[in-house]
Design a protein around this ligand. Structure first.
Ligand code: DC
Length: 227
């Protein structure tokens, strides 16, 4: 494969999209973009400003503030990937909590939020040589991507992975709360009006409930060599 391509990875939460995307980017010398981090940063901003909490969401105030929100990815050579900065502050750790996960799908339903982020994502990927993961990359952001992957796994398998990740970080969460969050996000992400999570017609589906990361990586690399 001589020319750089665009690789779009979509799918349900905790299907290992970012693990696969990071590995592909490292292997190919491509840029990796985690679009979920952008939605998470906006949700974190809404939480900080008290626009969103349990049973309350002042979406109009968030929409009014959107032009002043600056999101930047900065590559951290020690980690080997880019971290999310919200208005010049590194929020990488804060955006990965279960609390942010509980609000982010509500924020991602708002069309004004989506159009701001999609515009920035298109700009970042305009020169190809990019691996971008999210929910609408192959359908909305890069409908002409040369390779589209759609990842699934059972909710239980995904909640187990997420639970382990959060526990390893020292977060005090229960498996039931994580499973509930996975199921709620699946519902909102697939039922929202603007850019719901759907498999693009030309995407290749991977159900990775029962295959290893290594097997999956090998299969995707074979697909890339054919692109
Ligand atoms: O990939 P993630 O779990 O970090 O994404 C967090 C949320 O952001 C997810 O529940 C839905 C939303 N999202 C989206 O709507 N569109 C994207 N391209 C990426 C994420």
């Amino acid at each position: 494969m001589k020319n750089k391509i665009t690789i779009a990875i979509d799918g349900f939460s905790s299907t290992g999209k970012s693990t696969l995307a990071k590995e592909l980017a490292r292997h190919l010398g491509y840029v990796y973009v985690d679009t979920g981090a952008m939605y998470r940063a906006i949700a974190f901003f809404a939480m900080q400003n008290k626009y969103i909490s349990k049973n309350f969401f002042d979406s109009q105030s968030l929409i009014n503030e959107l032009p002043s929100i600056k999101l930047v990815f900065k590559f951290n050579p020690n980690l080997g990937f880019a971290e999310m900065y919200l208005n010049n502050v590194n929020v990488e750790a804060q955006i990965r909590t279960l609390e942010v996960s509980n609000f982010v799908s509500k924020v991602a339903e708002i069309s004004e939020v989506r159009s701001k982020l999609v515009e920035q994502q298109k700009e970042i990927g305009k020169n190809k040589g990019i691996v971008m993961d999210g929910r609408d990359i192959g359908t909305v952001v890069f409908p002409d991507a040369e390779l589209k992957i759609f990842m699934t796994a059972s909710p239980k398998t995904r909640a187990e992975r997420r639970f382990k990740e959060l526990k390893d970080k020292g977060d005090n969460v229960t498996f039931e709360a994580v499973l509930q969050n996975v199921e709620e996000r699946d519902y909102i992400d697939t039922h929202r009006e603007d850019s719901p999570l759907v498999k693009a017609k030309d995407a290749i589906e991977f159900d990775n409930s029962n295959i290893t990361k290594e097997e999956q990586f090998k299969k995707v690399m074979q697909l890339i060599s054919l692109s």
